[in-house]
Design a protein around this ligand. Sequence first.
Ligand code: FAD
Ligand code: NAG
Ligand code: NAG
Ligand code: NAG
Length: 335
Amino acid sequence: MFNIAIVGSGVIGLSTATVIQDYLKSTAKVTIYSENVSPNTTSDVAAGLWTPYLFFDTSEDKILEWAALTHNQFLKLWKNGSASEAGVSLQFVKSVSEAPYSPFAKHIKFGEQPMMPIDIEEMSKLLKQSFQSGVTYVTVACEPIKYLPYLLEQFLKHGGTLKREKVYHLEHLSGYDLIVNCCGLGASDLNGDTQMRPVRGQVVRVKAPWQFTSVLVGNVYIIPNLSYTILGGTSQIGDCDISIRDSDTTKILHGCNTLVPSIKNAEIIQHNVGIRPGRIKVRLEKDIINVNGKQTPIIHNYGHGGCGITLSYGCAISTAILVKEALNIPHMSKL
Ligand SMILES: Cc1cc2nc3c(=O)[nH]c(=O)nc-3n(C[C@H](O)[C@H](O)[C@H](O)COP(=O)(O)OP(=O)(O)OC[C@H]3O[C@@H](n4cnc5c(N)ncnc54)[C@H](O)[C@@H]3O)c2cc1C
Ligand SMILES: *[C@@H]1O[C@H](CO)[C@@H](O)[C@H](O)[C@H]1NC(C)=O
Ligand SMILES: *[C@@H]1O[C@H](CO)[C@@H](O)[C@H](O)[C@H]1NC(C)=O
Ligand SMILES: CC(=O)N[C@H]1CO[C@H](CO)[C@@H](O)[C@@H]1O
């Protein structure tokens, strides 16, 4: 029996924990240590739309591999009757950008089509910005405030233990054969990672059940969802201020009302701020640390920036494969 400790219970920690349980079955006992749990993690703030976004210099091949696996997993949940419980929905997306068109991830999205130039011009006029490209497609969204409790339930059902504690030093986690680090932004403190780039995001949750499409236009976005419609947003690099800023709220509401005037009448439910765990590159690799004189393997899985939900399942699979290697368990590919 292998004793495994995981730090973090955001979407990355919980996905990784459940995939490890699935890969190692009864040969592993998994314990999660987490300072904050749902609904108080950064993951809970996310809209949960499947979109590779703000991943800095992580290789595009890796992003595509992880994002495709996650897309597939969300669809599986949507199809097999778990949509409501896991918070998964399909979304029709209109996405307009200041950058020229790129076919990146086109093969994963459903039915991507270019938008009419006249529609892109109209958005440019409305928001007084010059947009260059626009596409429509269908994708999946996975609402974290439902998905996190869903994953936690699976984890506990399969014999996992959750300890609601802050870990001050990884070296204090003694008694484990292996540690998995899914602490998100916590990595700057916990393991002194100097390559973290926090990215502040503020959003407004409103009641707008009539809103059908997800609209992403530059920094302005409207994402309908199973429980709320999320209006955004900001991407302030290096900014860790978790207080709600009125100036951001005004900007967000103005942008969204300009694009979709009916949003003016939507009742505001909540304002949220989350600090995205940005990093130069997603860190997903093995290292060895000294715990009480014992050389202990540690697998890092953090730094997912603006697309942790989108990469969650794929990164969990890559991590579980590294876990098996580190513990010398032969791996038979399930892919
Ligand atoms: C406004 C906003 C909108 C977003 N929209 C999307 C979206 O539509 N799609 C998408 O894919 N992504 C989106 N994101 C990005 C996404 O939220 C993140 O990439 C993702 O949540 C990262 O997950 P995580 O599990 O690594 O981090 P977190 O959710 O922050 O979890 C980290 C966990 O580690 C714990 N922890 C940290 N340090 C310690 C310690 N020392 N001891 C114990 N526990 C510790 C924390 O308590 C927490 O449980 C959005 C983000 C924001 C802010
Ligand atoms: C989330 O945070 C709030 C405010 O700090 C706290 O009252 C609540 O108990 C927390 N919820 C959980 C599940 O930890
Ligand atoms: C749906 O798929 C998920 C992921 O594979 C699985 O955990 C779950 O048990 C399935 N649910 C049903 C109702 O088949
Ligand atoms: C499409 C969808 O999921 N709509 C929901 C969005 O959220 C509202 C509550 O704000 C629900 O009533 C809708 O059903």
